[in-house]
Design a protein around this ligand. Structure first.
Ligand SMILES: NC(=O)c1ccc[n+]([C@@H]2O[C@H](COP(=O)([O-])OP(=O)(O)OC[C@H]3O[C@@H](n4cnc5c(N)ncnc54)[C@H](O)[C@@H]3O)[C@@H](O)[C@H]2O)c1
Length: 250
């Protein structure tokens, strides 16, 4: 499905990014792994190389335009082109009511979750336009579709990822570039572990609210991303795909 495709994954050092990297590598993709955390990102890259897969790591803070431009240049210099991108890097921000959110935290959460997606798309699109096509998948969240208490900055940033993905999809459909968003529900990753550490009762609440009564695995998320990157979804653009065990269907 994605064999030989050159794919950038941001936030590839952990969680969903790492799980998607492994799943894409198994399907024969040529991966450009990017993360602000070079130790974690390089470790994932070495694991893939040891298994005989094709991958390279480039340290990237998605909030920095110079580093994002360099990430895309690294992909093109290493593998000759860019076919797809999974813009996945994100942070949860402060889990408090709005009046208690520090401005610095607000600005940083928006910078990673929204400006990061904007910058990644900006430079990825330039490379894809030279290719004559491509596919981008942005990682939003069920919090991009609905809301929950104590998470307003994250929720705002993820709603914005939905909006920017849909609008950009309309701009680039004529250039054979498809842009879609995925909206995971709870996925078993370090980000969720951190939320659970801060609010211990949260898992019970999360599972009570999920019709599937469990968290997703990173492999289940990867399936959706791989399909949206592949030519099998060739007529699919501008969609926002919940991968949430029925959470937003209620
Ligand atoms: N885990 C979930 O339940 C869940 C649910 C819905 C959406 N998401 C979204 O999925 C994405 C990945 O989440 P996860 O659970 O795998 O988190 P995670 O914390 O396990 O991994 C996130 C990765 O992003 C990297 N990162 C953070 N800031 C960065 C920056 N400025 N530049 C580049 N990389 C940066 C981190 O170093 C880390 O490796 C996020 O966008 C998150 O909002 C997660």
């Amino acid at each position: 499905m994605i064999k030989e495709k050159v794919i950038i994954i941001t936030g590839a050092g952990s969680g969903i990014g790492k799980g998607t990297a492994l799943a894409m590598a198994k399907e024969g993709a040529k991966l450009v792994l990017a993360d602000i955390d070079s130790e974690a990102g390089e470790k994932v890259c070495l694991e893939l190389l040891d298994l005989g897969y094709e991958a390279t790591f480039v340290q990237t803070d998605v909030t920095d335009p110079v580093q994002v431009e360099n990430m895309v240049a690294h992909a093109v210099n290493t593998f000759g082109r860019l076919d797809c991108a999974f813009n996945n890097a994100g942070i949860e921000g402060q889990l408090v009511a709005l009046d208690e959110i520090d401005l610095d935290h607000f600005e940083h959460t928006i910078a990673v979750n929204l400006k990061g997606v904007f910058l990644c798309m900006k430079y990825q699109l330039k490379a894809m336009l030279k290719n004559g096509g491509g596919a981008i998948v942005n990682n939003s969240s069920v919090m991009g579709l609905v809301a929950a208490p104590m998470i307003s900055t994250y929720c705002a940033s993820k709603h914005a990822v939905v909006g920017i993905s849909k609008s950009a999809a309309l701009d680039y459909v004529k250039h054979n570039i498809r842009i879609n968003a995925v909206c995971p529900g709870g996925v078993a990753t370090p980000m969720v572990s951190q939320v659970l550490a801060e609010t211990p009762d949260a898992l019970k609440d999360i599972l009570a609210a999920v019709p599937a009564k469990r968290l997703a695995t990173t492999a289940e998320l990867a399936e959706a991303v791989i399909w949206l990157c592949s030519d099998r979804s060739s007529f699919v653009t501008g969609i926002v795909l919940p991968v949430d065990g029925g959470y937003t269907a209620q």
